[in-house]
Design a protein. Structure first.
Length: 447
């Protein structure tokens, strides 16, 4: 090719490079740098223009700081994985221009977390924190990274200290769900997040899941519908998954169960397999089996111990479930209180079975329309026997204080489940939870 012929080719290549550069992030902008360092988030959102990774991420962090959470999460979710390297390079250069600046460490840690480097990200966030100064953005980001790394206690401490940030409140709710803490705690955190940021679909979606645990199906359906109607990226990101989760939970509540009819050995094996897959309903079935067949307790305890050794996080959830069941069915538990209502009542009346109520073994819920009458006194006696056996099973399997270290510690950040507050375990059914920063590890499918 002659020199004259090469000129148009070179010009075309130069034009392509210039065109790509126009779409990419601009070079250093002193005014933008200063806005980030001073946390002038409206200015950051206005100056970080364009569709390049750095511009999009800077706008995302500005919107998160301003509690414009639906806008921030769509910008974060829209980051192409292949563009993560460009964001990492931008943050590295920003940190080199402003060494030691808290916001430089914050953005650098964010880039590392998006690349899956959680330990390095946690370190960066820590370097940006100034002793004695509560920094909500850094504490929130470090809390999310700690949660993704399953450092639950550290995550709870950081998120609880990130005051004034709607995302931190919602993330506290997500951690409560992931750790099987009281569903009431999760709802309260999501409520507070929505009070700070009414347009916060991830908080609304998380609240829908927590509401399922409390039997508030109507409220959960309402929040799921709002997530579907949120627009932008949100229906596909989270809304449809929550809608499916609510529908699956509702269908499960209406579906009759027949595991009581299985032979104990068969049901025990099936329950253990369910637990290994993270379904905590298997723990409840094992407690009922052991309550009816106490001789199986040592074998079941050994199998649960093997599960806990193989997966400490799953072991913690099993422990929580055993302790909750023991409390709920104990002398002061709500189920016992319901049984007490029937004591001494001798009036016979038809019973209308509820889709969410499971009758005692050997009995079926009856309907007044069928013309069958059941004595409340007899019914109370049967239920009391069933509750007593189930409680005995939980007592036999629950970890004892005299055996420290057998199960991983179940109390997280000073919070624990109790008989007065229903608790939701994500392994028990449909589960959807997302952190506002995403960091993707906790996008849980319905199961």
């Amino acid at each position: 090719m002659s020199r004259r012929c090469r000129v148009p080719v070179l010009l075309a290549a130069l034009a392509a490079v210039l065109s790509a550069s126009a779409a990419a992030d601009p070079g250093p902008d002193a005014a933008l740098d200063e806005a980030v360092l001073q946390r002038d988030w409206p200015a950051v959102a206005a100056r970080a223009t364009g569709d390049g990774p750095a511009a999009r991420m800077l706008r995302g962090h500005a919107y998160l700081a301003l509690n414009r959470n639906d806008e921030s999460v769509c910008l974060f979710a829209g980051l192409d994985p292949d563009a993560g390297g460009e964001w990492a390079r931008w943050t590295r250069a920003f940190l080199s221009r402003h060494p030691g600046a808290p916001m430089a460490h914050y953005l650098r840690g964010d880039a590392l977390a998006r690349q899956g480097e959680m330990e390095q990200a946690i370190a960066q966030f820590g370097w940006g924190l100034v002793p004695g100064r509560g920094d909500a953005l850094l504490l929130n980001a470090r809390g999310v990274a700690q949660a993704v790394a399953k450092n639950w206690s550290a995550a709870t401490v950081d998120l609880d200290a990130a005051h004034g940030l709607a995302d931190a409140l919602a993330n506290q709710g997500v951690v409560a769900l992931l750790q099987g803490q009281a569903a009431t705690r999760a709802v309260e955190r999501f409520d507070r997040a929505l009070a700070e940021a009414p347009r916060f679909t991830l908080a609304r979606s998380g609240r829908a899941i927590a509401q399922l645990a409390l039997g508030q199906i109507g409220a959960a359906q309402s929040d799921a519908a709002a997530a579907i109607g949120a627009g932008a990226c949100l229906p596909e990101l989270i809304g449809r998954a929550v809608e499916r989760a609510v529908a699956e939970f509702d269908a499960r509540q209406r579906r009759p169960t027949s595991d009581e009819d299985e032979a104990p050995g068969v049901s025990m094996v099936a329950s253990l397999e369910a637990i290994k897959k993270g379904r905590m309903g298997g723990v409840d079935r094992l407690a009922r089996i052991v309550g009816d067949n106490p001789a199986l307790a040592p074998m079941v305890a050994r199998e649960l111990q093997r599960i806990a050794v193989a997966d400490p996080d799953l072991g913690r959830r099993v422990r929580n479930r055993l302790e909750l069941g023991r409390d709920v069915l104990g002398p002061t538990g709500p189920v016992r209180a319901v049984v007490d209502l029937f004591k001494g009542v001798s009036v016979s009346a038809g019973l209308q079975g509820s889709p969410s109520t499971k009758p005692p073994p050997g009995r079926t819920a009856t309907s007044a329309h069928a013309g069958v009458s059941v004595s409340f006194a007899d019914f109370s006696k049967d239920v009391q026997g069933w509750v007593g056996r189930a409680h005995a099973g939980y007592q036999l399997l629950a970890p004892k204080p005299t055996r420290p270290g057998v199960w991983p510690e179940g109390r997280i950040g000073g919070a624990s489940s109790n008989a007065a507050a229903a608790r939701w375990d994500l392994g028990d059914g449909p589960a959807v939870a997302e952190f506002g920063l995403l960091y993707r590890a906790q996008a849980l499918p319905a199961r």
